[in-house]
Design a protein around this ligand. Structure first.
Ligand SMILES: [Zn+2]
Length: 75
């Protein structure tokens, strides 16, 4: 299987390459922190905000964009 974001081969059974799997993990943790801080926050809202933050890394930006285009991937 290949990572849907960068097309790199993933390890057996993994959906994303290590870099993007980490980025997704960080993103989910950030979402949890943000919902605690802001109260209600939808996933698309969160992803849009994250994309606009100057401190967001490239990998995180890529996964944020991917999740905006494929909302069902957020699980
Ligand atoms: Zn990747």
């Amino acid at each position: 299987m290949n990572c849907p974001l960068c097309n790199e081969k993933t390890s057996l059974g993994a959906e994303y390459c290590i870099a993007h799997a980490n980025a997704l993990e960080n993103l989910k943790q950030a979402f949890h922190l943000w919902t605690t801080a802001f109260g209600t926050l939808t996933v698309p809202d969160f992803l849009h905000r994250l994309e606009k933050l100057p401190g967001t890394g490239n990998k995180t930006r890529e996964i944020a964009r991917y999740l905006l285009e494929n909302p069902s991937r957020w699980t």
